[in-house]
Design a protein around this ligand. Structure first.
Ligand SMILES: Cc1cc2nc3c(=O)[nH]c(=O)nc-3n(C[C@H](O)[C@H](O)[C@H](O)COP(=O)(O)OP(=O)(O)OC[C@H]3O[C@@H](n4cnc5c(N)ncnc54)[C@H](O)[C@@H]3O)c2cc1C
Length: 433
């Protein structure tokens, strides 16, 4: 709650001028709202760097995906406020030249550039896939445009801001800029450099099923692995040499905190970067940043009856949670509906089947294949409403943990809604944002 209060205070602090500094002759309420919109938009944009920087104090209470979604929503709100800002000032008495004329001060022109940069940055982020822009290129562009935005919006406010003649606002404006730039530099350059200087090492490379690899990783000598909850994820940046790409990607920790020594991720070859994962060798360096996420049964001891629904590689966090429950002999009643395309693609099959023999947790496992071979006698098709109803009649009494590809998750979400699972009892990990 402290984080929410601190954020709200930071964003609303500049708006105080609305009450405190008079708007002057000829300017009325609408002008003041325009001032407040500009100042709140400025503060929101300055705080965006903090939201994106993966600090534990923002991530831990809410979860990484919620913080990123909030970052996206606040960008949209800032865009709205800053788009209305000049119109409200114009209507409020500053005159329409502010919006329509090019014969205005340099400070106003810089403000227009800032608004243009904001529109481009938000637009490119929303339409990245339609623009065929690779994630890594988008990330660089997002950062460059972000810094340009911070600088131009600061310069605009400083040059023409109605309230910036007051010392309080000057100090506040400089503090915001310094905070945003320092956080950005730390997140993008300093922390990665620190992690790269004391890398973990790959200690195990195993192909668990075709095109799916488990990589074990150990911290540098003298350091211990971090504490994590089953189901959490981390960011990995492999530095393998041999012309292999150096990119940071999220991967679930597929090992359980109850396993000593190494931390593991299980990764499916699915795109440009993951296609190279099998080329990783024991001894390769990897920078590890984590753990993150709130998709964990460990955070919900009240969930006594659970249904896990996994699709393909979405089994990784569930494998971690099941292993953790088994090692701790947790007395929970668990169902697992595990959808795969073919039998040979079922990751962790033997291990999961072995877990069904224990009593704590009491696990019931159902494999569902969408393209079964001729000798498959189990259920076929997709994990849809019918399958959930057939294989887990008491789903309405369970907490559901869902992790799978986008289309499957979408279908399962609406099926669960129809089957009466309240949204508070649906916990989901998405493998993309
Ligand atoms: C919380 C979380 C946990 C995950 N856990 C696992 C796991 O345990 N095992 C597993 O195999 N996969 C996991 N993924 C998915 C994995 O991160 C992506 O498959 C991988 O990043 C795709 O990269 P690519 O270059 O191979 O694929 P591409 O086909 O190039 O990219 C596919 C999509 O992945 C996203 N993406 C690409 N590069 C990055 C990047 N550097 N950072 C963030 N997103 C990117 C983009 O949305 C892109 O459109 C997880 C994802 C998330 C968000």
């Amino acid at each position: 709650m402290m984080v929410v209060a601190a954020y709200a205070l930071a964003v609303l602090l500049p708006v105080l001028g609305f009450f405190w500094i008079p708007s002057g002759p000829g300017h009325g309420r609408v002008f003041d709202v325009g001032r407040a919109a500009g100042m709140a938009g400025f503060a929101i944009l300055m705080m965006q760097a903090v939201l994106a920087a993966r600090f534990k104090f923002t991530e831990k209470p809410f979860g990484f995906d919620m913080v990123i979604r909030f970052h996206q929503a606040m960008a949209a709100l800032a865009l709205l406020l800053l788009a209305f800002h000049p119109f409200l000032l114009a209507v409020g008495g500053a005159g329409w030249d502010l919006v329509t004329s090019f014969d205005v001060s340099g400070g106003i022109l810089v403000g227009r550039v800032a608004l243009g940069v904001l529109i481009v940055n938000v637009g490119v982020s929303i339409f990245r896939e339609r623009l065929n822009l690779e994630f890594e290129k988008w990330r660089v562009l997002h950062g460059v445009l972000g810094v340009l935005l911070l600088v131009t919006i600061f310069a605009h406010g400083w040059a023409v801001g109605y309230d910036l003649t007051h010392l309080f606002y000057q100090v506040l404006w400089i503090a915001f800029l310094v905070l945003a730039v320092l956080v950005f530099l730390y997140h993008r350059f300093v922390r990665p450099a620190i992690l790269a200087r004391r890398p973990w090492r790959v200690t195990e490379v195993e192909e668990v099923v075709p095109k799916v690899w488990t990589l074990g990783m150990s911290p540098p000598e003298g350091h211990s692995a971090y504490d994590y909850l089953p189901g959490q994820f981390h960011f990995l940046t492999f530095r393998r040499g041999r012309d292999l790409p150096v990119e940071e990607h999220h991967f679930t920790i597929s090992s359980s905190p109850t396993e000593d020594g190494q931390v593991a991720s299980t990764i499916k070859e699915s795109g440009d970067f993951t296609a190279t994962i099998g080329a990783t060798r024991v001894g390769d360096a990897v920078a590890v940043l984590g753990p993150f996420g709130r998709f964990s049964t460990a955070l919900h001891p009240e969930d006594r009856k659970i249904l896990f629904i996994a699709g393909g590689i979405g089994i990784t966090p569930i494998r971690s949670m099941l292993r953790y429950m088994a090692d701790r002999r947790e007395d929970r009643d668990v169902g697992l509906l595990f959808g795969n395309v073919t039998e040979s693609a079922i990751a962790f099959r033997q291990e999961l089947e072995a877990l069904t023999e224990g009593q704590c947790p009491k696990l019931r496992l159902v494999h569902i294949l969408s393209e079964p071979g001729e000798d498959w006698t189990g259920p076929t098709g997709f994990v849809d409403q019918e399958a959930i109803k057939t294989h887990c009649a008491d789903v309405g009494e369970r907490s559901v943990y869902l992790c799978g590809p986008g289309p499957m998750s979408h279908m399962v979400r609406s099926a669960l809604e129809s089957l009466g699972v309240p949204s508070q009892r649906l916990r989901e990990e998405k493998f993309s944002f």
